[in-house]
Design a protein around this ligand. Sequence first.
Ligand code: NDP
Ligand code: GDR
Length: 342
Amino acid sequence: MKRALITGITGQDGSYLAEFLLEKGYEVHGLIRRSSIDNTERINHLLNGPRKVTLHYGDMTDAGSLSRLLYSIEPDEVYNLAAQSHVKISFDMPKFTADVNAIGTLTLLESIREVNPDIKFYQASSSELFGKVREIPQNENTPFYPRSPYAVSKLYAYWITVNYREAYNLFACNGILFNHESPRRGKNFVTRKITTGIADILAGKTDCLYLGNLDAKRDWGYAGDYVEAIWLILQQDKPDDYVVATGETHTVREFCELAFRNVGINLAWQGEGLNEIGVDKDTGRVLVRVSSEFFRPSEVDLLLGDPTKAKTKLGWQPRVSFEKLVEMMVRSDLQAAGINLS
Ligand code: NDP
Ligand code: GDR
């Protein structure tokens, strides 16, 4: 039985990856931070029963906790998903973001090198590395141009992973994943903010949704599909780096329109810039407003991935379409709010 250690197991991807690895017959261990409130909501269903994950306290900023876990668990594979993963918040907490995402990754790689250099290592790299568009679509050879403290921290993590592969012959790989979403997405990322916002509007808890840049374009896939690519990356004969994406891009505005259409509302856009509003075509009710609060000091305008290498070398491909993803997220949030549309 293979043993895996997942950092960031309480996050969106960690929860899907833990499920996936348990299905594959792995013994799954996860690093969890101490928190004053319950932080296991996404993995509670994996904590009991015959196939369960084992949790261990630690932190990416606590070197001793990382090496102790490697000694005691003796994992075959380490998936480093832990991060301060919110781009906008990274402008408010740049040093913490770097401590966790950049130095945390270095610390973990150093521990692997010391404890057992045969451990396979996956680094959760990001399409945010591409930042300011140099090339469309973006592939493994597209130059990086990070546009936030988050992206810069992930740039360090990307290169230190490559460096430890080249310098110490570690089986260390980067998955450069484009945005991927799900009903388990954090509620302050734009897709889930929209789908929970719609549920709140329909439940009468709020009048309208406040958003930032509606014109940003993202290549959005389904997190459940992407964890398969993460696993496949560590099952290859040689360590390498892969772009994981759908090859399709949409604006935030399009995501919003489609999400409202799923609850029978057709949006019409009026006005410009900060005065733009999204109104219900039938009733004229204002459902979306733009707020300067949600803009970033520097933005990533357009992401579109080219997943050819992942498709040909890993044999991976996304299964859930953009339309299905939006529908799945809207439906899940309506259900959680007890709203039945039919
Ligand atoms: P989430 O924000 O949902 O999860 C992040 C995880 O990291 C949580 O488990 C969190 O713990 C943990 N974490 C944060 N700080 C620390 C720390 N100091 N020590 C230990 N654990 C910590 O992110 P996702 O699941 O969406 O993403 C997973 C990884 O993939 C991240 O590294 C992200 O940057 C990267 N990525 C994500 C993409 C996406 O579209 N989702 C795309 C490309 C890359 P807690 O629950 O306690 O907060
Ligand atoms: P992103 O995701 O920054 O791409 O990072 P997010 O959903 O936060 O933003 C996507 C785009 O939507 C615009 N936007 C808003 N964003 C948020 N959060 N809230 C809003 O109200 C809003 N209005 C418009 C943003 O400006 C942006 O252009 C995610 C994270 O998961 C990272 O960890 C990961 O590395 C990348 O995806 C790939």
